[in-house]
Write a protein that binds this ligand. Structure first.
Ligand code: 3HC
Length: 675
């Protein structure tokens, strides 16, 4: 059955799409729309048409699952031209999100009406693409170059109100009366001629706006192909070229991006992120435990950040500390963070007060008795965690979920001190916990299905991307970080410098390299604190107080603005270690750095999969994109390995004598892929 049906309301033909969940413009929808528009155009009793959608949203874009396959006719560019060419007015009636191809369908209609809560946007750039059905040509013609650059090259949707101010929406409907208002609007404009067609308007070139936009977003766009292609298309729309030439240019650029690795990687991550929330072996309709109040133990940086996630989502938090000054400090930091957001206009003052009003700071552990979920965020020391969980076991109500924010400790060992290991789970947030999107949810041997399902659902509520990990040292992310750090240190001994290794990682697209990361996190993390025991380069740095950015010296020297410069002292320390070990220093190529620090991560990822510590390769990719800043245009380590070619990865690892994971070797031999 076609997802498109029509209804007659007097002389207005209402064309309705019902293609759950998001009314993606797949082949059947395009075919149905195409024939409904033709029928309406040919029917003498129809004076105007309305296109609207059932369900939660107007068309949310082209059907991304069709990308990379042969396109069935009519393609979106053909469809939008058909709609615009109609001899009778067509009104788009928008609710939810008119995104990508959905926005382009709306722009090809002669009029647009939207409910106040609707959003309009062209997020294709986030899939490594551009609006390929006339969006880059119609938006600047209606709304000007400046907004077109914002919408296409950055990809964030805009509100109905902003769209109306810019001329992209002609009328705002009542929130609950969209269809009736759209039909009334269609009747009002039924006789108006000539029909307003976006393709017939002209856009004015604005080189200053283009230059300013490029300058302002240079860092954000660095490494990505798609933003520049979007900018070039918008410029083309306003350079005096005909609409047809503009469309031909847009089409060429769209196809170029579509065939490229970056878009494949970004599309992979789009689906990987959604797949990650699905838990193997647990029914999708598993009943969830209600979580109405959350307890957080520890008001340090981590505990405070974790609390903010729930407060921002309207879930009250009881935060517990050992000492009043630590509690006051922690509460003060939370308030300061909220006020900083308010100062930037991201929150209203009343939202700050509402969040702070939902926070109950206390020194009394017993106050956790009425919490539905308690997250422990204290020092990474097994004995401390065990003490806390023993206490929680005696305080918390039956059915409460007991979570640890540990970043590498054994969750099963922690659970074993309680009489309810089925209620214990790991919730590993990444710092700063109120900002970073990743949450590793650690499934213990005895964690109950409904506990896992509840925590995964809760992650969505607090706008995190959650990935299920098994119990192993460092779970997914930190476990894969280990070989990278170890190999980077070995490379220093063989002749590389911290600057060279970091440069290779930054050129690859990482926000920072291994040594810059150590300096940011603190060189003293995990240090034994005995200045006389110097067994490694890190020990030597820590013993000299070179603890990283916080002491203005680590693997680099830092000025007051935290700008790093290579450190002669660090070079001396490295040299002394090389001499002591009798290392032969040689020239290290960038390629060797990639093989030793990145291929080893892929190898560790393969082991994680073999051991069942991650559900799927794409989950590993999600962890690295959202937790560590792996460049999304490379699709995560496992997807990147696929694009490198697994045989090449295996050869690179073997060349340096690494033990290659069996599954990686087997896949490479069979010409397979992880994703
Ligand atoms: N094509 C195919 N499937 C899509 C889709 C699309 N455009 N958009 C969403 N879906 C699927 C999701 O994969 C998910 O499937 P699942 O349930 O099997 O995991 C399901 O729809 C629901 O999606 P979400 O979980 O994301 O639902 P939310 O309510 O959280 O968000 C949304 C809804 C804001 C519409 C979000 O899904 C979204 O941003 N979608 C993508 C929008 C987009 O990028 N559009 C541009 C497409 S490219 C294009 O149009 C090219 C054109 O210019 C030629």
């Amino acid at each position: 059955m076609s997802p498109i049906r029509t209804e007659r309301h007097g002389d207005v033909l209402v064309i309705i799409s019902d293609n759950p969940p998001v009314n993606a413009l797949g082949a059947a929808v395009r075919q149905g729309l195409d024939s409904a528009i033709r029928d309406g155009d040919a029917d003498a009793e129809v004076a105007a048409m309305v296109i609207r959608c059932d369900g939660r949203t107007f068309f949310a874009g082209a059907d991304i699952t069709e990308f990379g396959k042969p396109m069935q006719e009519p393609g979106l560019p053909t469809l939008v031209d058909r709609i615009e060419a109609s001899s009778k007015p067509v009104v788009a009636a928008i609710h939810g999100t008119a995104l990508g191809g959905g926005c382009e369908v709306a722009l090809s209609c002669h009029y647009r009406i939207a409910v106040p809560s609707a959003k309009v946007g062209t997020p294709e750039v986030k899939l490594g693409l551009l609006p390929g059905a006339g969006g880059t040509q119609r938006i600047p013609r209606i709304a000007g170059v400046k907004l077109a650059l914002e919408m296409t090259a950055k990809g964030d949707p805009i509100s109905a109100k902003r769209a109306a101010d810019a001329g992209l929406i002609d009328r705002i409907a009542g929130e609950d009366s969209l269809e009736a208002d759209a039909i009334a609007f269609a009747r009002e404009v039924a006789a108006v001629r000539p029909l307003p067609r976006a393709s017939e308007k002209t856009a004015t070139a604005d080189p200053d706006a283009v230059a300013a936009f490029k300058k302002e977003n240079g860092r954000r766009f660095h490494g990505f192909d798609a933003p520049n292609a979007n900018i070039a298309c918008v410029e083309k729309a306003a350079d005096g070229s005909s609409y047809a030439d503009g469309i031909a240019f847009e089409q060429r650029e769209f196809m170029r991006l579509m065939m490229g690795v970056q878009s494949a990687a970004q599309r992979h991550i789009f689906f990987a992120e959604r797949q990650a929330s699905k838990i193997d072996g647990i029914a999708a309709d598993t009943a969830l435990r209600p979580v109405k109040r959350v307890g957080v133990i520890g008001a340090g940086t981590m505990g405070g950040g974790i609390s903010m996630n729930f407060l921002s989502a309207g879930i009250p938090v009881t935060i517990v500390e050992m000492a009043q000054d630590a509690l006051d400090r922690g509460t003060g930091v939370i308030r300061k963070n909220y006020e900083a957001s308010a100062a930037k206009g991201r929150l209203k003052p009343e939202q700050v007060e509402a969040a702070m009003g939902a926070l109950t700071p206390t020194l009394d552990f017993d106050a956790l008795a009425d919490c539905d979920l308690v997250i422990e965020a204290v020092y990474e020391e097994m004995s401390v965690k065990k003490d806390i969980f023993t206490r929680l076991d005696s305080i918390c109500k039956p059915g409460a979920i007991l979570a640890s924010n540990t970043s590498y400790l054994n969750v099963d060992e922690i659970a074993a001190v309680t009489s309810r290991p089925q209620d214990v789970v790991g919730m590993h947030f990444f710092s700063p916990a109120n900002v970073m999107k990743l949450l590793e949810v650690v499934r213990g041997a005895k964690t109950a299905d409904d506990v896992l399902a509840t925590v995964m659902a809760l992650a969505k509520t607090i706008r995190k991307v959650a990935v299920v990990a098994g119990v192993c040292d460092g779970f997914i992310g930190n476990r894969m970080l280990m070989p990278r750090q170890v190999e980077a240190m070995k490379l220093l001994m063989e002749g590389a410098t911290p600057e060279q290794i970091d440069r290779v990682h930054v050129a690859f697209g990482m926000p920072m390299g291994p040594f810059q990361m150590s300096d940011l996190a603190g060189v003293d993390i995990g240090w034994h604190r005995d200045p006389n025991r110097i067994e490694s380069i890190r020990d030597a740095l820590a013993a000299e107080g070179r603890w990283g950015q916080k002491t203005k010296a680590g693997f680099y020297d830092y000025d007051d603005k935290r700008t790093p410069t290579p450190s002669p002292r660090v070079a001396e320390i490295i040299e002394s270690f090389r001499a002591k070990a009798g290392s032969t220093v040689r020239e290290i190529s960038d390629e060797e750095i990639v093989e030793k620090t990145l291929y080893t991560m892929v190898n560790e990822g393969a082991l994680i999969l073999e051991e069942g510590m991650a559900q799927r390769a794409s989950d590993i990719d999600v962890v690295w994109i959202y937790g560590y800043g792996w460049p999304v245009y490379r699709g995560g380590p496992m997807f990147w390995a696929d694009t490198e070619g697994l045989a090449k990865v295996v050869a690179g690892l073997e060349k340096h004598g690494f033990a290659v994971a069996t599954s990686l070797k087997d896949k490479a031999a069979a010409g397979g892929r992880f994703n």
